[in-house]
Design a protein around this ligand. Structure first.
Ligand SMILES: CC(=O)N[C@H]1[C@@H](O[C@@H]2[C@H](O)[C@H](O)[C@@H](O)[C@H](O)[C@H]2O)O[C@H](CO)[C@@H](O)[C@@H]1O
Ligand SMILES: [Zn+2]
Length: 332
């Protein structure tokens, strides 16, 4: 700890991270679950993600938006610690899996800072912290690690999710599409486990000891309209860190959907955008200063950080009061 008593952030070199900001009581690091600060009658939205930072990069504004709503409750389940990730900043490079192999633990603490910045306190790691390991990119030998999430038996992994679903009894589940949005094995597996969990949780004959059966009313998959992708494609053309380097057209990307296949837009507003921005800064190992994700808000305007899109795959579409006839509330 520095003289000021605040733990210095080795990357941003400030005391932005203050452990006293954390409410440790609600973070549930075991495989068993406390109340997570759930107020009786609150309407629960459950998010299932693959790695620390996906909750922020993919759904951070939505998390902040609903965490701020007095009638709603956000629960986040993350399936791995991101042990096999790259390290985007030299100061922490030796944490990598092929060196000290400490990146998972570090990303755990990045995740705590990020979810706190979003106002989310009900967080879980599937099966408990460290149960499943980041599988690495598709086709790598790390996919065969004995604890790699990609090699998990889906129903075994889903059992831990079912107990959370039957405990929190969410109205809405948010996860990825069958391709895991962009084809990463842990994202594909997170989709499979989430969808299997939703089905099993609703079956009263399946593992009744895990709680009373619960049917989730609506299920959404994260998505990105091609129109937004096209704006990003144009905005980053020629940029130093261009995520679309070498791509001819947005049509060639393994993700993105025609606008007409999108069902909901959560436009979180300035507070949600700022919270998402702060949460992204909590992940220096994944989003370094100057990276495209770090400058996204500058390139496309802060509102771009606050807008997240979803496809409804189970349940009735709610009030179409958003742009393009999209829903503006996942709970509608
Ligand atoms: C957003 C996301 O899911 N990131 C994953 C992904 O990270 C990629 C990986 O490090 C790859 O080597 C890089 O070239 C690419 O830019 C990264 O997005 O895969 C990691 C390993 O499984 C995972 O830890 C990370 O969270
Ligand atoms: Zn991921």
């Amino acid at each position: 700890m520095s003289e000021s008593g605040a733990r210095l952030d080795p990357v941003h070199n400030d005391s932005a991270h203050d452990d006293s900001a954390h409410d440790d009581s609600a973070h549930d690091d075991s495989a068993h679950h406390d109340s997570g600060g759930l107020n009786p009658g609150a309407r629960v939205i459950l998010f299932v993600h693959a790695h620390p930072d996906d909750e922020t990069v993919g759904t951070g504004a939505t998390l902040a938006h609903y965490a701020a709503r007095s009638d709603a409750h956000v629960t986040v389940v993350t399936c791995t610690l991101g042990e096999e990730g790259e390290v985007r900043v030299p100061q922490l490079a030796q944490l990598a899996a092929d060196q000290a192999d400490q990146l998972g633990g570090y990303r755990y603490w990045e995740y705590r800072q990020a979810t706190a910045a979003l106002g989310v306190t009900d967080t879980h790691f599937l099966g408990g912290v460290g149960r499943w390991r980041d599988s690495g990119m598709m086709g790598l030998p790390t996919n065969d690690h004995p604890r790699a999430f990609w090699g998990a038996d889906v129903d075994t992994a889903a059992a831990d999710l079912v107990s959370i679903m039957r405990e929190r009894r969410p109205e809405v589940l948010v996860t990825y599409d069958p391709n895991g949005f962009y084809g990463h094995p842990d994202h594909i597996q997170a989709h499979r486990v989430a969808m299997s969990g939703a089905e099993l949780a609703a079956d009263p004959a399946w593992r009744p000891e895990l709680g009373a059966a619960h049917e989730i009313r609506k299920i959404y998959w994260t998505t990105l309209p091609r129109s937004v992708l096209a704006d990003q494609f144009d905005a980053f053309a020629g940029a130093t860190d261009n995520p679309f380097e070498g791509v001819e057209s947005v049509e060639d990307l393994p993700f993105g959907a025609p606008d007409e296949e999108v069902d909901a837009l959560i436009a979180g507003g300035p507070d949600a955008a700022e919270r998402k921005r702060a949460a992204m800064r909590a992940y220096p190992t994944q989003v370094a200063p100057g990276d495209w994700l770090d400058v996204l808000g500058e390139q496309l305007g802060p509102q771009s950080l606050a807008e997240e899109h979803y496809r409804l795959v189970k349940g009735e579409r709610g009030t179409a009061d958003g742009p393009n006839g999209w829903e503006s509330d996942l709970l509608s």
